[in-house]
Design a binder for this molecule. Structure first.
Ligand SMILES: Nc1ncnc2c1ncn2[C@@H]1O[C@H](COP(=O)(O)OP(=O)(O)OP(=O)(O)O)[C@@H](O)[C@H]1O
Ligand SMILES: [Mg+2]
Ligand SMILES: [Zn+2]
Length: 367
């Protein structure tokens, strides 16, 4: 594979941007009406489409087909074929300047930026500045940007992308149009992964794909990188076991079965299952963390069944059903178990023999 999967499968039109429907709809409408703003702030968790959307706007702004063809332009999408679009895709368009704030912090960098803003675009209609990891900018950099935001030249579009929007000064925020990127539902992630697997002729079991997606915690990039790594594992079908070994996490079914033993107060069986998980080479600290999350969800569902709607975003539909079954077995005494598991997790991370705090927590927690 020559190109990382996440590069190859970066959405090239708004239509393909998943899980961010509202953002896509508003921006597409702005594109249709040719009413792009001068400054945007894209905030939200990693790998959810901020940089992708910034590039989409850059393409919309300068796409040559859009200028030439009125009928096409009302689609509100870039053509992805003209010179501007292809150059932007390849990261070599002179009018699109991508800045990584993490490495562009010095006063010289900002002076360069300020000067650059004053120079009209080389060939396109707009000059687009994409500042990634914007929360890392220095105070001087923000001050310089503020000047630009107060009186932006007509040809400038500034896009700030950040995972930590609370670190962006309020004076800046109020001068931008803001979009909040959301954590993506697990099923949406799984859907895109299966599409990629199909296109790339990667043979991967459904439960393996689900674990890839859930390990990515809502990030498309992480999910797609993991899938790419799995391919390098070598030929044949990729199984749940392969993924479990790669990510150091157990699949949902193992976790669910284990939680069942605990909720049925079956200490003997749980201790045995735990030893076999440990002997299987799984990371027990991670396992404890996953178990805590599982029991927490069971507890929440037990006290408030309506919370199912939230868990439907984080889990597969059949997994939510299994969880519901277990929530019915949750009793007040299991709160003590949850507490001791949380305490054990803290101790395990620094322990030479991490399995012991976990065993003790199970025995004590179910007394
Ligand atoms: N909403 C989405 N729909 C489909 N694919 C997506 C989406 N968001 C991200 N991806 C995939 O993940 C990759 C990385 O996305 P992107 O660079 O846009 O994330 P980001 O939000 O900028 O993350 P970071 O905060 O880490 O910079 C893309 O190349 C694409 O393959
Ligand atoms: Mg980004
Ligand atoms: Zn184009």
């Amino acid at each position: 594979m020559s190109r990382a999967l996440y590069r190859k499968y970066r959405p090239s039109i708004f239509e393909d941007l998943l899980g961010q429907e509202l953002t896509a709809r508003i921006l597409r409408e702005a594109a249709r009406q040719d009413k792009l703003a001068h400054a945007y702030l894209f905030a939200g968790p990693r790998g959810t489409g901020k940089t992708t959307t910034a590039r989409l706007i850059a393409k919309i702004a300068n796409c040559e087909t859009r200028v030439a063809d009125k009928k096409f332009s009302i689609k509100g999408e870039p053509c992805n074929k003209c010179r501007a679009c292809t150059e932007i895709d390849e990261g070599r368009n002179l009018d699109v300047i991508e800045i990584d704030a993490a490495s562009t912090r010095g006063i010289d960098d900002i002076r360069d930026l300020k000067e650059n803003v004053r120079v009209a675009p080389a060939s396109g209609r707009y000059k687009v500045f994409i500042i990634d990891e914007a929360h890392q900018l220095t105070k001087d950099a923000w001050n310089a940007l503020l000047k630009t935001l107060e009186e932006p030249p007509a040809y400038v579009i500034l896009i700030l992308a950040t995972t930590e929007s609370d670190k962006v000064p309020a004076t800046i925020v109020s001068r931008t149009q803001q979009f909040h990127f959301k954590h993506v539902p697990l099923e949406t992630l799984v859907g895109k992964l299966s599409m990629i697997a199909k296109q790339e002729h990667i043979d991967v079991a459904p439960d393996a794909l689900e674990l890839v997606a859930s390990s990515a915690e809502g990030s498309f990039r992480d999910a797609e990188s993991l899938l790419g790594q799995l391919v390098t594992f070598g030929g044949g079908k990729i199984t749940l076991k392969d993924v479990e070994q790669m990510v150091g996490k157990v699949g949902f079914d193992k976790l669910d079965a284990f939680a069942g033993m605990l909720l049925e107060n079956n200490v003997a069986q749980a201790l045995e299952a735990l030893t076999s998980i440990y002997d299987g080479g799984y990371n027990v600290v991670q396992f404890t963390k996953d178990l805590i999350h599982y029991l927490r969800r069971a507890a929440v569902l037990c006290y408030n069944p309506e919370m199912k709607a939230f868990f439907r975003r984080e889990l597969m539909a059949d997994h939510v059903e299994k969880l519901e079954g277990h929530a019915k077995k949750f009793q007040d005494k299991h709160i003590a178990l949850l507490k001791s598991l949380i305490a054990a997790h803290g101790q395990m991370r620094y322990s030479q023999f991490p399995i012991i705090p976990l065993e003790v927590a199970i025995i004590e927690g179910l007394k």
